[in-house]
Design a protein around this ligand. Structure first.
Ligand SMILES: [Zn+2]
Length: 261
C-alpha cells in the first residue's frame, strides 16, 4: 500500500466549496490522502472548521485570523480563539502572519495581531501556521522573540537565505502548487537544497492550483501533483516524498495517523 498524502493547508470553509464539500472530500480520500488540515482565515471559518473537524474523522482544524483580516481583531477575539483551541481536533493556531503586498490591514495592526497568535500558540503548546508575503524581515524578528516555537511557513516562496533562517528557528516550510508553475524555476532551485525532513505538502485550496490545472479551483486531491513535482525535484520516488512529508506533518501537528493508513 502506498504511504498516505497529507494536505496541511486547505481552506474548506471558502465559498468556492459551498455545497460541494462531501464530493471534494471523497476525491481527496480516493487520491490517497490520509487527512487534511482545514485552515481558518477569520472567526467565522474558525468556528465552522472546529465543528466540521469534530464530525469528520479525517479532518483537523487550525483556527486564527489571516493577516488580511487583522483589522477585524477585537478585544474578545483572543478569548474566542482560546475556547476553540481547547477542542481536541484543533491542532494549530493560524493562519496568521504578515502580508505587506496587499495591505488589507495596516502593518502595525498585522504585527500586533500576529504577536497575539504567537502568545496563544505558546500558551496552548500548539504549532502556528504562518503566512508570509513581502514581510520576511519583520516576521523573522518577531518570531525570534518567541523562539523556540513550532510551526510552518506555508506556501514558502522566498530565497534560500530566508529559508535557512526559518529552518534555524525550527520551523517547517510548506510546499504547494507554486512548485509546479512554469515560472517558478528559482523556487525549485531553492527547494532542491532544503532537507525533505522539514517540508510539508499543501494545496492552499481553493487557491494556487497546480499546473496543468491553473485557472481551475484547487482542492486537496491535487496535493498528489505537488508530491510528484517534489519527487522530480529531489530525483526520488514519489512514495518517499509521501512517506517523509506525511511523517513530518504528523510530527508537527501531533496527529496519530496510524488511524488513517
Ligand atoms: Zn492559506
Amino acid at each position: 500500500m502506498k504511504p498516505i498524502l497529507v494536505d496541511t493547508h486547505a481552506h474548506l470553509g471558502h465559498q468556492a466549496f459551498a455545497g460541494e464539500l462531501p464530493a471534494v472530500l471523497v476525491r481527496a480520500w480516493e487520491a490517497g490522502l490520509g487527512w487534511v488540515l482545514n485552515v481558518a482565515d477569520d472567526m467565522v471559518s474558525a468556528a465552522a472548521g472546529a465543528q466540521l473537524a469534530a464530525r469528520e474523522p479525517r479532518l483537523f482544524a487550525s483556527v486564527g485570523v489571516h493577516p488580511h483580516q487583522a483589522r477585524t481583531w477585537k478585544e474578545e477575539t483572543r478569548e474566542e480563539l482560546a475556547v476553540l483551541l481547547r477542542c481536541p481536533k484543533v491542532v494549530a493556531v493560524g493562519e496568521t502572519g504578515l502580508d505587506y503586498h496587499y495591505g488589507f490591514s495596516k502593518p502595525a495592526v498585522q504585527r500586533q495581531v500576529f504577536r497575539e497568535h504567537l502568545k496563544l500558540a505558546k500558551e496552548h503548546s500548539l504549532p502556528v501556521i504562518i503566512h508570509a508575503r513581502e514581510a520576511d524581515g519583520d516576521l523573522l524578528e518577531i518570531l525570534s522573540t518567541f523562539a523556540p516555537l513550532e510551526g510552518v511557513v506555508h506556501c514558502f516562496w522566498s530565497s534560500a537565505d530566508i529559508a535557512r533562517r526559518y529552518l534555524d528557528l525550527g520551523l517547517y516550510l510548506g510546499v504547494g502548487g507554486a512548485v509546479t508553475f512554469r515560472n517558478s524555476g528559482a523556487l525549485r532551485e531553492t527547494l532542491r537544497e532544503l532537507p525533505l525532513e522539514r517540508l510539508l505538502l499543501e494545496t492552499d485550496a481553493p487557491y494556487l492550483t497546480p499546473h496543468p490545472y491553473r485557472g481551475r479551483r484547487n482542492e486537496p486531491a491535487m496535493v498528489s501533483l505537488v508530491a510528484i513535482a517534489l519527487a522530480e525535484l529531489f530525483a526520488i520516488d514519489p512514495e518517499e516524498v509521501r512517506r517523509c512529508t506525511s511523517r513530518n506533518a504528523a510530527r508537527l501537528f501531533k496527529v496519530d495517523q496510524s488511524l488513517f493508513c
